[in-house]
Design a protein around this ligand. Structure first.
Ligand code: ZN
Length: 365
């Protein structure tokens, strides 16, 4: 596996395949010349004010032919980490030196985003509303437009989520099971963990598969928050995938860092009682079956009940709000294929991401 996490000090050169020039790219009735970028507003519906609401896409159409992919964020309106990832990518990428086309959607759920909410004003979950319908609910209208104008142009999508509110996710890629192409992309993305999980009906991943579009779902960080590790992981991962697809040159000092944690099964550990939770382990820590992960006590600190890891694994998500009800999901543990050195590998990925100067905000590609 080639990865690109090492320190770099130069700008990336242009994409490798030269010669042929791309054809103009048409999206939602707008034509974009090769080597140009454009911001497109795709009309979706009206807001409650009666004013138009649109889905905004920044298109980077490379000078040379190549695949068309999309990178989307905030399908759940409060999961904004991908918005930060896209902002940083847009500052680094230049269509003139690229091959192929990228459609960037920093905020898909425009309605929930404004309300700091996962959902739409009609209380639907956009990620359960595909394929949608032009005559359906607001969520259905948005899903239908996203499918028709974005997904159907592409062969690959990278959809970026964070944990739900008051939770944190270790950066991880989720993919459909038993898809060798996706597995390869997920591994070279370079996130801390790769989880193969079944597709939920009505989800973007589910509908994309029906259209023959491969999907990488990234989960990282916390809702309504930015954190540097998650942003860097997303930026690095998208660049790694683009380099693999020969849309840009690989990282000049690309090197193999390590193999991410791999899992096909993850289990939530829940609060044994209501009260205040003190976690002794956090995301990225390896835990052995039976090991104490935390305790929940009453408001006087009395009657503390410990809770333990039900399996050997790595923690891929944890609650950050200590006030818990009995049964609240507190710690998400993934059973991994190579347990022995998993924590060291995860730490190496963190260190490489945080030290990679190419991922800095002001470093150009
Ligand atoms: Zn989400």
């Amino acid at each position: 596996m080639t990865d690109s996490l090492n320190t770099a000090d130069g700008a990336l050169p242009a994409a490798p395949n030269s010669g042929a020039r791309a054809q103009p790219f048409t999206i939602a009735g707008t034509v974009i010349d090769p080597g140009a970028s454009a911001t497109i507003a795709i009309p979706v519906s009206n807001t409650a004010t009666g004013l138009p609401a649109s889905l905004y896409v920044r298109v980077l159409h490379g000078a040379r032919p190549g695949p068309c992919i999309f990178v989307s964020a905030a399908i759940h309106g409060d999961e904004i980490i991908g918005t930060a990832v896209i902002q940083r990518l847009l500052a680094k990428l230049d269509a003139a030196s690229m091959a192929g086309t990228v459609l960037f959607l920093p905020v898909v759920n425009i309605f929930g985003f404004q309300a700091h909410s996962r959902y739409l004003p009609d209380r639907r979950d956009l990620n359960r509303s595909f394929p949608g319908s032009a005559r359906g609910s607001l969520a259905a209208q948005l899903a239908a437009k996203f499918l028709k104008e974005v997904i159907c142009h592409c062969t690959l999508g990278i959809d970026i989520h964070s944990a739900a509110v008051h939770r944190y996710n270790l950066p991880q890629i989720r993919i459909a099971p038993d898809n060798e192409n996706l597995r390869e992309l997920a591994m070279l993305f370079g996130a801390h963990a790769v989880i193969e999980s079944p597709l939920r009906p009505g989800s973007l991943r589910d509908i994309a598969r029906g259209e023959g579009v491969d999907m990488l779902l990234m989960e990282a960080g916390e809702a309504l928050r930015f954190d540097e590790l998650s942003v860097r992981c997303g930026v690095n991962g998208v660049l790694n995938v683009m380099a693999h697809l020969k849309m840009i040159q690989p990282h000049p000092e690309a090197t193999q860092v390590t193999i991410p944690a791999r899992s096909r099964r993850a289990i939530w550990v829940r609060a044994p009682r209501g009260g205040l939770c003190m976690l002794q382990q956090k995301s990225g820590d390896a835990v052995k079956k039976g090991e104490v992960i935390g305790r929940v006590a009453g408001i006087f600190g009395d009657d503390a009940q410990e809770f333990r890891a039900p399996i050997d694994g790595i923690i891929i998500g944890h609650a950050v709000l200590p006030v818990v009800n009995q049964g609240d999901a507190l710690v998400h543990i993934a059973e991994v294929m190579r347990f022995g050195d998993v924590e060291e590998r995860v730490d190496q990925i963190t260190e490489a991401l945080l030290n990679d100067r190419l991922l800095d905000e002001d470093e150009l590609i």
